[in-house]
Design a protein around this ligand. Structure first.
Ligand code: ADP
Ligand code: MG
Length: 696
């Protein structure tokens, strides 16, 4: 059966070369309709431009490809494992031999007389040309050598589906169906932004005539993917601005002076700049929606305090939320100290509070007698009865995407201003996507007095020398230090050092004479607080801990950091940990011990030792890890990118963001007829996650 008029929505079953059985197989990889096939992109290409006749083969390091038919094959056992041996007949002009060790599964698709291509680095071994572990590609019987395209698509496959099946189907259908595709971009836009029209880009991405055309075809789809998301984000920003209302909380010189009196130091240039950005936002009748990125130790807390005091000066309440109780309590101490003898009342909200105590605090919040509320994100939520909430600050946010804004009842009809501070710097391309609807402030540079931290990468044998160094610094100079381990106790699943083991070794060995403390996440909040108190006061000299000390903890006398099984930690985690030291009068020393590592963790650790700038580390980390798992966890609720890659394609992203912002500025509701298709695509893909509602 065949269909009269080709239609992009027609089921693939009726396409030439498909049929009922293969249609079922195609459904398994998400191909139901003709259009699905068009958008089923190759994952790679086989470069046929290096194709040779057998007499043109040359020895050396250059990849070369030959075409021939399978003559015979066998396997034999060798000292290096099972050896698979394939003889390919090159048009009767000679034979090329392919060899594979320990890869018997390759044999599955062998058949005498079957046409194949071998790509590899040939070596002449009389009487044959030999390729070790060549790449093998199966050609259809009908694929005449002359017809083979310069770049053959390599598709992701599934059981029962072969490359040449898909290639043949696409070769047949492309000329018929590609011309039916609908272009979403206005024609002038395509020209202006150097985008290949869809009807050219689709055929080119399947069977590129040359590398340059392939690049342009890919670019078009990457750009489009970024652009549509950036349209959504720009529309969301705009809606935020037009629909939400906040109380304007402007600074005046009197307020400014009063706030600054509270700070024990002069602000840095970066802090001044960011405070200006924040107070400009807060002076408007629309809620601030700002992300503050600063390196570990760059001094974000006083910036937050400035904003909070600004809210309080206008008779509003301000909330300060931290991810952990240890950190929230530290903030509480800092604020209490800085606001000593002031009229500002701070209400602490923590998990372990007695219900009577909590009731009292809630009462104070409801009447407005408490102006600042400090606690953990888990505790501060929608049921808190604010009297007049003007500002929400969220500190050290790791996992925070576009979609999640804490929803807090403000006590009046206005929305609060909003400041989110990151735990560590984030790559620019990630900021633009996951935080793409926020305004961003960057705080670089450190406050004066930050000390240099020297980092060593060390193999386990170096331990003794390092423990000696620590022992000397602690006993002679009164320094303190952290030892960080990835596990609390021994685990069958991980080969890594654990807290118990390390504590036992250190307390009975090199640190016998010191006062040691242990801190980990399974302890109760009071236990943790007690340990932190003892560490701050110097009662504990060396703190052995898991990453609970990772975020924000500030003990200026701690200058020594040991990280055990460092390969277990991510780069931003390591950077956070290192940020705990060098905060006082003395330089810091950090040694990371590692066990067997993969190439990736080796790269990570080397980058860590070499770079101290958190922004550079963030970019490097992203490069090493790749963008792959960014959207994987669904925690951000965003659909994953299909072709774009935030690491590889970041330049295209910057461009798309700028262009999308400009388009929304010129046509806020995307109401112009020529933008209708883009608008539909944007709503289809991001309308829900970005909560765009009815645009226009
Ligand atoms: P982070 O950005 O990591 O949250 P903090 O706000 O905890 O950093 O600040 C780190 C340390 O630097 C704190 O001890 C703080 O008191 C100090 N600090 C912040 N700003 C300044 C400044 N302008 N001059 C001197 N010290 C500062
Ligand atoms: Mg902080």
């Amino acid at each position: 059966m065949s269909i009269e008029t080709p239609d992009l929505r027609s089921p693939v079953q009726f396409l030439k070369g498909v049929g009922a059985q293969r249609a079922e197989i195609l459904k398994r990889i998400g191909i139901w309709r003709a259009s699905d096939l068009l958008f089923y992109f190759p994952r790679d290409y086989q470069d046929m431009t290096e194709r040779r006749e057998i007499e043109q083969l040359e020895e050396g390091n250059k990849l070369q490809t030959i075409v021939g038919t399978i003559e015979e094959w066998d396997t034999r056992s060798t000292s290096r494992g099972q050896l698979l041996n394939l003889i390919v007949n090159c048009n009767g002009k000679g034979y090329v031999k392919g060899l594979w060790f320990k890869m018997p599964f390759i044999m599955r698709d062998f058949a005498r007389g079957r046409r194949v291509m071998l790509t590899g680095k040939p070596k002449f071994d009389h009487p044959f040309w030999v390729m070790m572990h060549p790449q093998i590609t199966y050609l259809a019987e009908t694929e005449e050598e002359d017809e083979v395209e310069p770049y053959l698509p390599i598709y992701p496959l599934t059981e029962g589906l072969k490359q040449f099946h898909l290639r043949r189907i696409l070769r047949e259908m492309l000329p018929v169906y590609a011309p039916l595709l609908d272009e979403v971009f206005p024609e002038s836009f395509l020209t202006e932004h150097k985008l290949l029209p869809i009807r050219e880009a689709i055929p080119a991405i399947h069977f590129p005539p040359d590398k340059v055309t392939l690049m342009w075809a890919k670019r078009r789809f990457i750009y489009q993917e970024f652009f549509v998301l950036q349209l959504g984000l720009a529309v969301r920003r705009l809606q935020h601005r037009t629909h939400l209302k906040a109380s304007p909380l402007p600074v005046d010189p009197k307020i400014d002076v009063r706030i600054r009196q509270r700070f024990p130091f002069t602000l840095t240039k970066a802090q001044e700049r960011v405070i200006k950005e924040i107070s400009d936002d807060m002076s408007r009748p629309i809620p601030m929606n700002r992300l503050l990125q600063g390196d570990v130790g760059s001094g974000k807390t006083v910036v937050a305090l400035y904003a909070m005091l600004l809210a309080v000066a206008h008779g509003h309440q301000a909330v300060f939320m931290a991810p952990t109780e240890v950190l929230a309590r530290q903030h509480l101490r800092t604020l209490t100290r800085m606001l000593e003898n002031s009229q500002v009342r701070i209400a602490p909200l923590f998990g372990g509070q007695k219900s009577s105590e909590r009731a009292g605090v809630l009462q104070d919040i409801a009447t407005g007698s408490a102006q600042m509320i400090v606690g953990t994100q888990a505790i501060i939520h929608n049921e808190i009865p604010f009297q007049k909430l003007g500002l929400v600050v969220i500190d050290e946010q790791h996992k925070f995407g576009v979609m999640q804004r804490a929803v807090l009842k403000t006590g009046e009809k206005f929305d609060p201003h909003y400041l989110v501070m990151t735990a560590t710097p984030i790559p620019r391309s990630v900021t633009m996507t996951l935080f793409g609807d926020l305004d961003v402030s960057i705080m670089n540079g450190m406050p004066p007095g930050r000390q240099k931290v020297t980092t060593y990468l060390a193999e386990p044998e170096r331990r003794t020398a390092w423990w000696d160094f620590i022992a000397r610094k602690v006993s002679e100079d009164g320094w303190q230090g952290y030892v960080v381990v990835p596990l609390v106790e021994e685990s069958e699943n991980f080969d890594a050092r654990n807290l118990q083991e390390v504590y036992e070794q250190l307390s009975t060995g090199p640190f016998k004479e010191f006062r040691l403390g242990v801190l980990h996440g399974r302890m109760s909040a009071e236990e943790k607080e007690k340990i932190m108190f003892d560490f701050r006061t110097g009662e504990i000299q060396i703190l052995i801990a898991t990453t609970v000390i990772e975020v924000g903890v500030d003990v200026p006398n701690a200058n020594l950091l040991t990280i055990e099984s460092a390969e277990r930690f991510g780069l931003s985690q390591l950077h956070q940990l290192r940020g705990r030291i060098g905060r006082g009068k003395h330089p810091g020393y950090c040694t990371v011990f590692y066990n067997t590592t993969t190439e990736e963790s080796q790269k990570r650790l080397q980058a860590f030792a070499k770079l101290s700038d958190g922004f550079k580390l963030a970019e490097k980390d992203f490069e090493i890890r790749g963008a792959g798992d960014l959207f994987g966890t669904q925690q951000h609720g965003m659909p994953p990118f299909r072709v774009a890659d935030l690491v590889r394609d970041k330049e295209i992203l910057y461009e798309a963001r700028q262009d999308a912002t400009a388009m929304v500025l010129a046509d806020p509701g995307l109401a112009q007829p020529e933008h209708a298709k883009l608008r539909r695509q944007m709503l289809g893909r991001y309308g829900k996650v970005l909560n765009l509602g009815d645009v226009g």
